[in-house]
Design a protein around this ligand. Structure first.
Ligand code: SAH
Length: 230
């Protein structure tokens, strides 16, 4: 996705970003991402606009990068994987995904990807500095379906509930009850969680008419989920 009124490219990045993104998409497909809408979204969103100019040349590598205040932008492969898991839920398969909640806006990259996959995106960040940074990063893209919120995402965002999907970009010891309460029936939550042994794994929780179904997937490395704002 290109900004509505394309600002001049970051000085000195010297790359044809569409071609570099197309190569990233090929690599994501080779790593097992199969969802056409997700691959399309990853090809559209200009990740280099979400990182500092000194890191622009690494923007399309499959690596997390610092975004300030001790936080990181997630690896493309992880963003794509989480998007694919969201779309693979009953509500995701039934048609375009409705409202999605993201906990941990960070630099706003994943919110921009989700904006292609879902009708409405609510994204909440607890660090004022990053909330402001995401707002500035996303402004040129003019995405009317992205709603940036400053607050403690452990409480979710009840005003937008119920959500067809909830995605967390930070991992705690447990899945907050508020997230489960705010998930729609047929909806899916995808989040990192600290498991026994102190390592993180990706957790998927589906809300069905019969109750919650949880699956523990692969190991991941996300920043910690923290309470309160700063
Ligand atoms: N999706 C982001 C990833 C940012 S890293 C991106 O594309 O850049 C995860 C973010 O989660 C950090 O910015 C961190 O401050 C935030 N975070 C951690 N705990 C949180 C909470 N309780 N509520 C909201 N944001 C939180």
């Amino acid at each position: 996705m290109k900004p509505a009124a394309a600002p001049t490219p970051a000085p000195g990045h010297g790359m044809d970003s569409a071609a570099v993104r197309a190569r990233m998409v090929q690599k994501l497909a080779a790593m097992g991402i199969a969802s056409a809408p997700v691959l399309r979204a990853m090809g559209l969103v200009e990740r280099h606009r979400f990182v500092d100019s000194a890191l622009v040349n690494q923007a399309y590598e499959d690596t997390s990068l610092p975004i300030g205040l001790g936080q990181t932008i997630s690896k493309p492969n992880v963003v794509a994987r989480m998007g694919e898991l969201l779309l693979d839920s009953p509500l995701g398969k039934a048609g375009p995904l409705g409202r999605v909640l993201e906990i941990g806006t960070g630099c706003g990259y994943q919110a921009a990807v989700l904006a292609v996959l879902a009708r409405e995106v609510y994204s909440i960040e607890r660090l004022r500095g990053l909330h402001d940074k995401a707002r500035a990063n996303l402004r040129p893209f003019r995405l009317p379906n992205v709603h940036l919120l400053f607050g403690d995402g452990m409480l979710g965002y009840p005003k937008g509930a119920p959500y067809a999907g909830i995605i967390a970009a930070a991992g705690g010891d447990a899945i907050p009850q508020a997230w489960l309460d705010q998930l729609a029936v047929g909806g899916r939550l995808v989040a990192p969680m600290v498991t026994s042994g102190g390592k993180q794994a990706l957790v998927v929780v589906d809300k069905t008419a019969q109750g919650l179904k949880q699956q523990l997937l692969e190991a991941v490395h996300f920043v910690p989920l923290k309470s309160g704002i700063a």
